[in-house]
Write a protein that binds this ligand. Structure first.
Ligand code: AMP
Length: 254
């Protein structure tokens, strides 16, 4: 079974995000960037499927600037066999990424496509769903467990996916090839070790220029303004319940 995993380069989740002074975007200059945490979980799941001899090949793919090669190197160190960068310096919104992944799926014919449930920079939670619509493949989003039926690379035709929904869990059976997006509880990703990072240097990264692919990646949305959340006012101490109620009635909560 061949697995394609989409990994996005995002601002590291430990970084305190700052907005550019002109309010056009988040400032990413000199900021630590990492693989989107949900994509790490998707990668880990692919590696575990290979360890169970269910997956035979794992391909990591990223869409964006040449710097995304760093993210792909991490994916290779985590266990991907090869990586593909769909390279563009233009802003790639979820529909554009879905179209690019659709292009790659037609070329690579994977049996399983794993994505994160959402990217922590745009919080869109759209790419997997749009990809399902474009490819016509079944989707199971927010997966917290994936069981491949049959259990071997040659005869697997379906996957049972447990997903967390309001008030419980839902189990879906999807026919493969299928698109599955990873939720937080799917697994706990392993750390990248130095020897694996060194080995990853020898694995191939193929770079395809988006401009040469004939895929329309023009944005359909324009960001008008990006602002920081309002600063919280300092708390106050009140002497008694009456004063508290008075404050609750009169103080503006932000
Ligand atoms: P989003 O719809 O932007 O919240 O992203 C959902 C998922 O789509 C991510 O967790 C990634 O798996 C994938 N994805 C989004 N943007 C990219 C990108 N530029 N390159 C690779 N994968 C991406």
């Amino acid at each position: 079974m061949k697995i394609l995993v989409a990994v996005k380069r995002v601002v590291d989740y430990n970084v305190r995000v700052r907005v550019k002074p002109d309010h056009t975007a988040v400032d990413t200059a000199n900021v630590k960037m990492s693989m989107n945490p949900f994509d790490e979980i998707a990668m880990e799941e692919a590696v575990r499927l290979r360890e169970k001899s269910i997956a035979t090949e794992i391909i990591a793919v990223s869409c964006g600037s040449l710097q995304c090669q760093d993210t792909l190197r991490t994916a290779l160190a985590l266990g991907a066999d090869r990586a593909i960068l769909l390279e563009s310096d233009e802003e790639l919104q979820p529909l554009a990424v879905a179209k690019l992944l659709n292009f790659l799926i037609a070329r690579e014919q994977p049996d399983l496509i794993l994505l994160g449930k959402q990217a922590i920079d745009d919080d869109c939670n759209q790419t997997g769903q749009m990809l399902s619509a474009l490819t016509g493949l079944p989707q199971a989003t927010f997966a917290s467990r994936i069981d491949i039926a049959g259990g071997t690379a040659t005869i697997a035709t379906t996957a049972n996916v447990v997903r967390e929904i309001d008030g419980g869990q839902e189990t879906l059976c999807v026919t493969l090839p299928s698109i599955i997006t990873a939720d937080l509880r799917l697994n706990e990703p392993r750390y990248v070790t130095l020897p694996n990072m060194m080995r990853a240097r020898k694995k191939p990264i193929e770079i395809l220029r988006v401009a040469d692919l004939g895929v329309d990646v023009r944005p359909h949305m324009k960001t008008l303004k990006v602002t920081e959340p309002p600063v919280r006012r300092a708390g106050i101490t009140v002497p008694d319940v009456a004063a508290l109620i008075d404050q609750l009635k009169t103080r503006q909560v932000i």
